[in-house]
Design a protein around this ligand. Structure first.
Ligand code: HEC
Ligand code: HEC
Length: 150
């Protein structure tokens, strides 16, 4: 037998032993965010956490940052047909509601065509704009916002 064949044979044997032997410790410890709910079952809605709200707007940390949402959003529906954020943030409603209008970039489609309605690429606001938890940071963070050069 050539050495390469011996090596392959040895690898095969180790592989067979490894796959046959059960590894209960690993399989038992892994948990998804759904907890132990089986896939066909509907998992219970997670409890709503306290959100940082009504303390004015958040400062942006860099130029292209999507601003963080400074109010609660749990009751505002966004699906294929309905987007309740627009009843305050789309022009002209933003004027009556005294809410900041969505950025002009949100009325431009991916080919650069200016539209008179929100671009489909901006429909799901919470893809980019998220509220903040009112809680101390879980992990220590040394991030510093971008500083303007003097
Ligand atoms: C009932 C009206 C209303 C609805 C509905 C609403 N907002 Fe707002 N939103 C406001 C107002 C008013 C402010 C300004 C708050 C302030 O200046 O203190 C604001 C601020 C914001 C800001 C911060 C903008 C900035 O420049 O800092 C974001 C982002 C935002 N909202 C996103 C959303 C999203 C996403 C939704 C839907 C899930 C939504 N809003 C639904 C009224 C609304
Ligand atoms: C793909 C990411 C993305 C999506 C989706 C998106 N935004 Fe934005 N939004 C941004 C970014 C980035 C900015 C800041 C830069 C800019 O003005 O384009 C912004 C800016 C804003 C501002 C501040 C405007 C200003 O002039 O201060 C508001 C309000 C806002 N978005 C609301 C919304 C709402 C409401 C939706 C859903 C209809 C939405 N956005 C969807 C990325 C997004």
């Amino acid at each position: 037998m050539k050495p390469v064949h011996i090596a392959l044979g040895a690898f095969g044997l180790i592989f067979a032993v490894a796959t046959l032997s059960p590894i209960p410790a690993l399989a038992g410890d892994v948990q998804s965010l759904r907890g132990k709910t089986e896939i066909p079952e509907i998992n219970p809605t997670p409890e709503l956490t306290k959100q940082r709200a009504d303390k004015g707007r958040f400062t942006r940390n860099y130029r292209q940052q999507p601003p963080l949402v400074p109010h609660k959003i749990a009751k505002y529906e966004i699906d294929l047909k309905v987007n309740q954020c627009l009843r305050c943030h789309d022009w002209p409603y933003n004027v009556e509601e005294n809410a900041p209008k969505v950025s002009e970039t949100h009325y431009t489609d991916r080919d650069g065509t200016a539209l008179d309605h929100i671009a489909r690429t901006r429909w799901f606001c919470t893809q980019c704009h998220v509220p903040q938890e009112d809680a101390p940071a879980l992990v220590r963070n040394t991030f510093k916002p971008l500083q303007r050069k003097q």
